[in-house]
Design a protein around this ligand. Sequence first.
Ligand code: ATP
Length: 387
Amino acid sequence: MTETAPNSSSGGDVRLAGISKTYGSFTAVHPLDLAIPAGSFFALLGASGCGKTTTLRMIAGLEEPTTGSVELAGKDVTALPPYKRPVNTVFQNYALFPHLDIYENVAFGLRRRGVKSVKKQVEEMLELVELGPMARRKPHQLSGGQQQRVAVARALINHPQVLLLDEPLGALDLKLRRQMQLELKRIQTEVGTTFVHVTHDQEEAMTMADTVAVMNAGRVEQLGAPADLYENPSTTFVANFLGTSNLIEAEVAEAGGDDLLLRAGDGKLRLPAARCSTQTRTGGKILAGVRPEKVSLVHADEAGSIADGRNRLTGRITDASFIGVSTQYVVQSPAAGELAVYEQNIERDGRLVPGAEVVLHWNPAHTFGLDAAQDADAGTELVEEGA
Ligand code: ATP
C-alpha cells in the first residue's frame, strides 16, 4: 500500500435501505436493500435502462431517492449534497481539464482544498496509475486508457471512502478495455478503497468485481461472487444474461433422491437435486440448464465411446463457427431444441460440420434446474442489445 492510500479501516461500506426511484408513474428502481462491505469491488450489472446508473447516482447524491436511505461508512448521508459525501465519481467521459497537464489534473482536488504541498501525493498517485513519465503532457496527448487512469488518480487523491465508476471503460475499444479492467482491479487491490462499478458488460463485471449484483427492470435479480452467479444462476434472466445457457424444457420423471431423473422428449437426463432453484415434484416441469462449454460433442458414429452415466442428447449440427480458441456449434436436438456447444480447439474431428448427426454429452453434475414457469429466453435479447 502507498502512503496515499485511503484508510479503509475508517469505513467505506455502503448500505442502501429500501431505496427506490420513481419518475412520475415509472419506477426506475424498486425498493432495494444492499450492503456493500468496505474495501470490496462491487459491480452493478445490467442492460440499458435497468436502473443501475440511477442507483449509483443515488449513492453519489446526484439523484434524490423517492424512498429509503443511503448510509456511507456508518453515516446516514441521504440528505447530504454530493460534495459532502465521502465519495468520488468517475464517468465514462473522463472530464479532464484540457488546458491543464496531467500533473495539474491530478493535483486539482488538493489545490481546491487549499493543500499547499501537493508534490508527494501527486507523484504517488501518478505512480499508482503508472503515468509518472506522462506528468507534463496534456490530456489530448494520452490514449483513452491513459486518460481514464488520470481520471481515477484525480478521484482517488481526494481519499474518497467509496469510488463510484459509471461505465468508466465504455468509450474504450475492446482490447484496451480488457487491459484497463485488470489495471483498475490492481489499483483497487492496492488502495483498498470500496469501488462500486456500473457496467452492462458481463465479462467486465466478472473480471473485476468480488461481488456482482445483476439488475433487471429496476430490481436486483441475483447477487453473488462471479463464479457462483455463473455456475448457479437462480433465474433464466441471470442464466442468459451472464454468459450463455442451454435451457432444456423437461419433465421430472423421478424426484426424491440426490439426483432428479428428467425426461426431455425421448432423452433422459439427471440433475443434482441440490442444484435446483425451484420446488420439484414428479410429473412437474423444470428447465434443465447446462453451459455450452460443459458439453462435449461426438459424431454419432462415436456414440459408443461416451462413458456411462453422462447426460446425453442426440442432434444435428446446424452451424459451426471457428473463433480461434474454440469452435461454437449450434445443434438442433429433437428432444431439446437448439443447443449451443463450445469445444476447445485441441483435436478437431473434421466430421463435425453442419449437417452431421452428433451426440452431446456432459457430466450430470454440471446441470442446474430452474423454475419452468419463467420465460426461458429472458435476458437473451438484452445481451445482444447491451454488447
Ligand atoms: P444505461 O446503461 O442506458 O445508462 P441504466 O441501467 O443505467 O441504463 P438508468 O439510467 O438508471 O438505467 O435509468 C433507468 C430507467 O429510468 C430508464 O428507463 C430511464 O429511461 C429512466 N430514467 C432515468 N432518468 C430519468 C428521468 N430523469 N426522468 C424519467 N425517466 C428517467
